[in-house]
Structures are given as structure tokens and as C-alpha cells.
Design a binder for this molecule. Structure first.
Ligand code: SAM
Length: 209
């Protein structure tokens, strides 16, 4: 019965196992490029609550509306749009997939968009840092791991806010890395997603001085 439910669940969301089964960054990029045109419609039912929640959480932690914010793994820009609607104006998008970024660009909410691999140690020139970094739907199987976490941490200003989403199974794998960084967990919420039994966490950390 449980297996039947799992099959029904995956049949209704074939994209989920597809992207999380990717064997390389190239494969992941190519899958997101192919998915870009239908991404928003496909994930609407499961994910549409999250961008607004992220914007709401950030506005409590970082009220300054001209704060510099990196939307890391911005995809089609759903989070950028929610942040913009909350009044944030200084948004930069970064993503692996040109096709996802092309849709993000059409939203006209980002000051700049960068096609890059967040695993690269030099994503931006040395001096660039951000007041906040958001990584929504990015820390996941076959997506981003400890290397990306450490790279992004290096781009965060002192006392900057790092907001990420992470599903509970992947969180267990990332827990040590998350705890080792010199920052403080300042907000955490868990939302049922996909299967009721698993939670998607929205976690916010504040970097220490
Ligand atoms: C599930 S989508 C989330 C998109 C968006 N943040 C949202 O909430 O709708 C994950 C995004 O992360 C990007 N991504 C995954 N791994 C990446 C990496 N190593 N470097 C850059 N982008 C990456 C993918 O290209 C994809 O657009």
C-alpha cells in the first residue's frame, strides 16, 4: 500500500525523481534547461507557498529594503519576484541553467543575472559580498552540497542572513556542515511537502561578526 502511494506520488511528479537522479552537474543543467518552460506550472501545487514564506521570513530578519541579496539557484525567479513584491530592490540571481535564468530575467526583478556553477570557488570577484543569500530548492540530492554551502557562506557579509530550504532526509546528511559554520540559527519552520510524512525546512542563519 505504501509502495503504491509512493508510485502514485512519483507518477504525478515525474520531474522530481528525474532531477534528483542526475549523475553530474552537466546532466542537472541540461534537465533544468529542458524543464524551464513548464517549471512554474509543474511545481505550483507543491511549492507556490514557499517564495512568499521566504520573503516574509526575510522581512522580519532584514527589514532594510535596499539590502544586497543573492538568490542562489534562482531558477525561474519565483523567489526574486516574492522578494520584489515585499519591497526588496537589490536582487542578484545566480543559476546553472541559462533557460531557467531567461525566464527569471523576464520578471524584471533582478539587477543582474549570472549563469554559473555554485560549486566554483570564484563565483564572483573577490570583493563581492551580500547582506543576505537565499537558496530555495537548491540543497537537495544531486543539486548542492557542502561545497556550495561553504562557497555561499564566503559570500555572506558579517551578520548577514542565509536562508535555505532543505528536506528532512537531506538535512540529516548536511546537519554537521550546517552546524560547523560560525553562524546562529535564527529561524526554523517545517512544512509538509510532497508526502505528508516528510518535512521541508525553511532555515535562517545569521553569520557571526
Ligand atoms: C528546484 S530549482 C529551485 C529554483 C528556485 N529557487 C525556486 O524556488 O523555484 C533548483 C535550481 O537550482 C539550480 N542549481 C542546482 N545546482 C546548482 C549549482 N551547482 N549551481 C547553480 N545552480 C544550481 C538549478 O539550475 C535550478 O534552477
Amino acid at each position: 500500500m505504501v509502495e503504491e502511494q509512493a508510485n502514485d506520488f512519483l507518477e504525478a511528479r515525474p520531474w522530481l525523481s528525474g532531477i534528483c537522479d542526475s549523475q553530474s552537474t552537466e546532466e542537472l543543467k541540461s534537465k533544468y534547461d529542458s524543464w524551464a518552460n513548464t517549471y512554474d506550472a509543474d511545481i505550483k501545487e507543491d511549492w507556490s507557498f514557499m517564495p512568499a514564506n521566504i520573503a516574509q521570513t526575510l522581512s522580519k530578519l532584514l527589514p532594510k529594503k535596499d539590502a544586497t541579496i543573492l538568490d542562489a539557484g534562482a531558477g525561474t525567479g519565483l523567489v526574486g519576484e516574492a522578494l520584489y513584491q515585499k519591497g526588496y530592490t537589490n536582487l542578484i540571481a545566480a543559476d546553472l541553467s541559462e533557460k531557467m535564468l531567461a525566464i527569471a530575467k523576464e520578471r524584471q526583478v533582478y539587477k543582474a543575472l549570472h549563469q554559473c556553477n555554485l560549486e566554483d570557488s570564484q563565483i564572483f570577484s573577490n570583493s563581492v559580498t551580500f547582506d543576505a543569500i537565499i537558496a530555495a530548492g537548491v540543497f537537495a540530492y544531486a543539486h548542492a552540497g557542502v561545497e556550495v554551502l561553504n562557497n555561499l557562506f564566503g559570500l555572506l557579509k558579517e551578520e548577514g542572513i542565509f536562508l535555505l530550504t532543505i528536506r528532512e532526509d537531506y538535512r540529516r546528511e548536511m546537519q554537521t556542515a550546517l552546524e560547523q559554520l560560525p553562524w546562529t540559527l535564527v529561524s526554523e519552520e517545517g512544512f509538509p511537502i510532497y508526502e505528508e510524512a516528510k518535512l521541508m525546512y525553511l532555515m535562517a542563519f545569521k553569520k557571526k561578526e
